[in-house]
Design a protein. Structure first.
Length: 263
């Protein structure tokens, strides 16, 4: 039995053992996303008052082998208003790199990327997968369902998936270090998004647009950290809501993000 399968069985066993006690499963993550209190400028800096007031979503979990603590720290915050969902992600990274400058062509996960998964109505279908790298390259992808089949069961056509666009999305990255220069030690990168509610299109499904206070969307934030030119075994996969079996496409385990009005 390899390590991947072992880790998956351990995670399943933990979930099963807590279910009878009516406790939250160990993979469950919840976050109260607050109304922004002050302006947000999408510039790759979280220095706005509004971001200072927002709590972090919580620690990320590595989901490889039996080592659940990431070696590379990631933190994230979310806010909302009537127009947008705002997301701020900060990564510690001693070597910032990417070469992919064209979006919607190939998975940015072949290099280093942040991936945001959004299932607005929580039906585990028609969810968004949005990639960003340190060069501010974007993939916005529509996933019909977790096993990558259309609703009628026919195989996925990737150009069709890439054809979905989060209309009006604003995004920015600030890299604290030297990109694509391995000779020094970098600090990391900050990614900032404003995602218009109306821009989700078919991703919204049956969700309210904009959400009403108390609505819950299923969202996860994941990270691929890869050594440049290194062995694939050195790649670190981590996420806010811990998943299983080395796949990010587990929408039933995405975090529960509840939109609230106050602080
Ligand atoms: Ca900002
Ligand atoms: Ca790196
Ligand atoms: Ca959905």
């Amino acid at each position: 039995m390899n390590h991947r399968i072992t880790a998956g069985l351990i995670a399943f066993t933990l979930v099963a053992s807590t279910a009878g006690a009516q406790e939250a499963p160990d993979w469950e993550r919840r976050y109260d996303c607050m109304l922004r209190n002050g302006p947000i400028v999408v510039d790759g800096s979280g220095d706005e008052f509004a971001w200072q007031l927002a709590p972090e979503v919580g620690s990320f979990t590595r989901f490889q082998d039996d080592d659940l603590t990431p070696r590379h720290r990631t933190s994230a915050k979310m806010l909302w208003d009537e127009e947008n969902l705002y997301i701020l992600v900060a990564v510690d990274d001693a070597d910032i790199w990417s070469t992919m400058t064209v979006g919607d062509e190939d998975c940015l996960c072949r290099e280093e990327t942040i991936e945001i998964f959004i299932d607005a109505d929580g039906d585990e279908r028609d969810y968004a997968e949005i990639h960003i790298n340190c060069l501010d390259t974007i993939n916005d992808i529509w996933i019909p369902k977790r096993d990558f089949k259309y609703r009628d069961g026919s195989p996925v056509d990737w150009p069709d998936l890439y054809s979905w666009t989060q209309e009006g999305m604003k995004h920015a990255v600030v890299n604290h270090g030297t990109v694509n220069d391995k000779s020094d030690v970098d600090s990391g990168s900050v990614f900032e998004f404003a995602l218009p509610w109306k821009g989700f299109g078919k991703i919204a499904g049956s969700a309210n647009i904009p959400p009403k206070p108390g609505d819950v969307w299923r969202i996860n934030i994941n990270r691929y950290e890869r050594p440049r030119g290194g062995e694939d075994t050195e790649t670190e996969l981590s996420g806010w809501a811990p998943l299983d079996l080395q796949s990010y496409h587990v929408p039933d385990r995405f975090g529960y993000v509840r939109f609230v009005e106050g602080h």
